[in-house]
Design a protein around this ligand. Structure first.
Ligand code: HEM
Length: 474
């Protein structure tokens, strides 16, 4: 597993997607009893929880070096979790019937925030119903209509960046992605007008995202794990957010043109169950908050990470700059795509996802009992040397002639829980990255890479991807 990159084994085969086979999937009690449990991380429970929450990169790489590609932790969530980094184990979980391996997002610290009723946090029939409802507006073709809007938002934002000064990219990316998602959900063009409930909601969301970087808020999130109702600072923050959300819903329920509008809120308002029942205000609120929260910070930080890497990797930056400025649209498109793919491999904004297996499950040489939370470390999977030679190097050209593997490149997860907004997130990243590469020359504020900090379930650059704008083309 941890062969040196220069090992001849790694030299001459097409590596992306290849890893030695490892049996995985549901097994019966007798087989489970014949296999050992994965090894346990040898640290006290509190230290594990804190390290995992604050320094997940060091923690998971350290544990994998010591214990191998499957290991067990104590204390983060009831029953574990077990962490794996083998693509065959990932495949077994992504392809499992949903009732055999329901998603752990139902237990995540997000649940008290977005509620138990959304596509993200529900399991079982409710999840399927909500997901089916939301798939069409997030489909590749449907998001074509946002492209001009994304382009305008990106160009407008870039026009305002001061030349010769240092700026933080993450909040600037967030301004773009929040407008895009709010436009999709509420059907507003550009920024919402002052005095409208949508404008108040936008302000509240920006405030909440800002507050969530505070250390105290991160501890508050830990307190929410396993609870159905928000507690502490999260509760206070949510009251601030709920008021404008319910105001937007009430206003839209009264609107005469709901049936003609194509936005997501109008679509949800018209949705009916088989018994003819519509969604309650509470259910609508959960879904709207999920889409806004899941949809904008992730995309913004993914772009921020891409630039954090680019300004520290001259070969990759030069390649991107040349491609976007050379007048060959097909080449530009290809290189932008490869750069985003590599950035999402190297710095996955959501570093871990999971399922709770409902029957005994084999994971290579080990087995876990029914009801174990099994997580997939996206970070570890994306840094397997046997799949990605020289995994710590940022090399977009590694994707030349290669497609991302379904079980080896998983920044959007997979199976029936694969990110609903993946097509939108990719479209936003393409447009924004292309405009930035074409129009701006950026340099790192300092040579050392930014470290990762963890906010809720996301991993973000510690200094918000700080860069200096050297020049800007009209
Ligand atoms: C770069 C940006 C993004 C990343 C890295 C990302 C990543 C993820 C991941 C890892 C999951 C869990 C998948 C699993 O457990 O298998 C997920 C789920 C989800 N994402 Fe995203 N996401 C991004 C953008 C978006 C956007 C733009 C939206 C939409 C507005 C969105 C909405 C959702 C929803 C609703 C789910 C739950 C899907 C389900 O459980 O059926 N995400 N995302």
């Amino acid at each position: 597993m941890t062969l040196a990159p220069e090992s001849p084994v790694h030299d001459d085969r097409p590596l992306i997607g290849a890893a030695p086979p490892s049996p995985a999937g549901p097994i019966d009690d007798a087989e489970a009893a014949s296999l050992p449990l994965p090894p346990m991380v040898d640290l006290p429970k509190t230290i594990q929880t804190l390290r995992f929450n604050q320094r997940q990169i060091d923690f998971v790489f350290g544990a994998r070096r010591r214990l191998g590609e499957v290991f067990r932790m104590r204390g983060i969530i009831p029953g574990g979790p077990v962490i794996t980094s083998h693509p065959d184990h990932v495949q077994s979980l992504f392809k499992a019937k949903p009732d055999l391996a329901p998603s752990l997002t139902a237990e995540s610290p997000l649940r008290p925030i977005v509620g138990p009723n959304s596509t993200l946090t529900a399991n079982g029939p409710r999840h399927l119903r909500q997901r089916k409802l939301l798939l069409p507006p997030f489909h590749g073709e449907a998001i074509e209509k946002y492209m001009d809007m994304i382009r305008d938002a990106a160009e407008h934002e870039i026009d305002r960046w001061p030349v010769g000064k240092e700026i933080e990219l993450a909040p600037r990316m967030q301004a773009i992605t929040l407008d895009v998602i709010m436009s999709g959900i509420f059907g507003i063009e550009g920024k919402p007008q002052r005095g409208t409930p949508e404008a108040a909601l936008r302000r509240a969301i920006r405030g909440l995202v800002e507050v969530s970087t505070w250390k105290i808020a991160q501890l508050g999130e830990l307190m929410n794990i396993g609870s159905d109702e928000p507690v502490g600072i999260t509760k206070a923050g949510l009251e601030f957010l709920d008021r404008p959300t319910y105001a937007v819903i009430a206003q839209r329920r009264r609107a005469a043109d709901v049936e003609e509008r194509g936005d997501i809120l109008s679509l949800l308002l018209q949705a009916r169950t088989e018994d003819g029942e519509g969604l309650t205000d509470h259910e609508l609120r959960d879904e709207l908050l999920t889409l806004v929260l899941a949809g904008h910070e992730t995309t913004a930080n993914s772009l921020a990470w891409a630039w954090e890497r680019l300004v520290r990797t001259p070969a990759a930056y030069d390649r991107l700059r040349d491609a976007t400025r050379g007048g060959d649209a097909a080449l530009s498109e290809k290189v932008v795509e490869q750069t985003i793919t590599e950035a999402m491999r190297s710095r996955p904004v959501i570093p871990i996802i999971g399922r709770r297996v409902k029957v005994p499950w084999r994971l290579g040489d080990y087995a876990v009992p029914a009801d174990t939370p099994v997580t997939m470390s996206i970070l570890l999977i994306h840094h397997r040397e046997d799949v990605y030679p020289d995994p710590f190097a940022f090399r977009p050209e590694r994707w030349e002639g290669q497609k991302p593997g379904t079980y080896t490149w998983i920044p959007f997860g997979g199976g029936t829980r694969r990110c609903l907004g993946a097509a939108l997130a990719m479209a936003e990243q393409r447009v924004v990255m292309e405009a930035m590469a074409r129009r701006l020359d950026l340099v790192a504020d300092r040579p050392e890479p930014e470290t990762a900090i963890h906010r809720n379930v996301t991993m973000i650059p510690s200094r918000n991807a700080r860069v200096k704008v050297v020049s800007r083309a009209a």
